[in-house]
Design a protein around this ligand. Sequence first.
Ligand SMILES: Cc1cc2nc3c(=O)[nH]c(=O)nc-3n(C[C@H](O)[C@H](O)[C@H](O)COP(=O)(O)OP(=O)(O)OC[C@H]3O[C@@H](n4cnc5c(N)ncnc54)[C@H](O)[C@@H]3O)c2cc1C
Length: 374
Amino acid sequence: MTVSVWQEIPEPIQAEHDDVVIGAGIVGSYTATCLRERGRDVALVDARFPAAGASGRNAGFVLTAQRETYPELIRQVGREAAREILAMVRDNVTRMRTLAKGFNVPLEEGAIHLAETAAEARELEHWARELEADGTTVEFAHRDPYGTGYAAMMQVENDCMVHPARLTEAIAAASGVTLYDHNEVYAIEPASDHLIVRGRRVHIRCRQVYIATNGYSADLHPYLRRIVRPVRGQILVTTPVQCILSVAGITENHYFRQLPDGRLLIGGARAFFEAQEYTAEDTVTPNLHVNLANYLRHWFPDVEFEIERQWAGIHGFTPDRRVAIGFIPNEKRIAFAVGFSGYGNSIGLVAAERMVELAMDDRDAGPLSALRFP
Ligand SMILES: Cc1cc2nc3c(=O)[nH]c(=O)nc-3n(C[C@H](O)[C@H](O)[C@H](O)COP(=O)(O)OP(=O)(O)OC[C@H]3O[C@@H](n4cnc5c(N)ncnc54)[C@H](O)[C@@H]3O)c2cc1C
């Protein structure tokens, strides 16, 4: 997104705050919460409204084990750093549960990783053993929880499902900060002793900026274009059907859950349409949705359904699929936490807190530091 000269209101509101957080998704809303708890005067700004982006469009899975798998993470960063990231994710999952319960946001227990083939079952078992070795309680079994032909399953303690938009809205509302919605930011201008954040409706003078715009970051600063790439994700929801999923499922390429009212939600399939999904356009494409519907028909052939709703959202992916927390080069007054690569519910809260600690306490973000991208 960008802002034309015609779209800016004639005399934008002039405001002043200690800090400006750009993006009112789950990450920006929790960043605002952390700053407010430290006594800062905070403005939370969004181009649209809280949860307008991926935080209000995702599937609501809160997972300890991410699809890129723990053995792969160990290979990438080494055992010690992988263990550190795992501890952050476990902490994040616990915080998500606490917040959802505290705000009375719907939460469903459990989510199961599934293997479709014997080869995938071997990988899943290896994944389970590595998680166990680093202190996570995991159940692995050559069992199909739905009785439709899956080869194996893995369930990790504490995993759950939330209503992602309600949770983000609740965090934003409870933060107690000043919200400027429908205020797309088009420039962050550093001056000697302050910064000016220029938005369509409000211009804010402040001392520190926190960027939490994930997949939409490219137009905000050229440096972010280098480390976070927009990637579309798409979801389909059916009309209500009889209860077929006792618990939500995740496979190599798909994820699905049954909502409390019986509707089935399914997403994923991006790997089959990779080239078309590297985009910031949140439009629905028929080819990917045929794949999603056919997946349900293949694995749950007895279920008759109509398609009720389809939507798309924009993720932000880093090259190594790990969130990047850092400062804009040579500008410590602009911090960012972007590139959640499909797992903002798993690590977004802790990443927000680490971004605040980086800016206020000079605490390095460890294995999530953006310094790994030269
Ligand atoms: C289809 C789909 C399914 C997903 N499923 C899951 C899942 O089940 N589990 C999981 O953990 N993750 C999932 N994700 C990923 C997850 O949604 C994200 O990682 C997470 O929401 C990122 O949160 P965020 O706050 O960083 O970004 P966002 O929620 O995208 O928030 C960014 C905000 O910034 C605002 N903004 C952008 N540019 C500007 C600007 N210039 N000025 C002002 N405001 C601006 C936007 O309006 C938006 O509200 C999914 C993503 C998609 C797209």
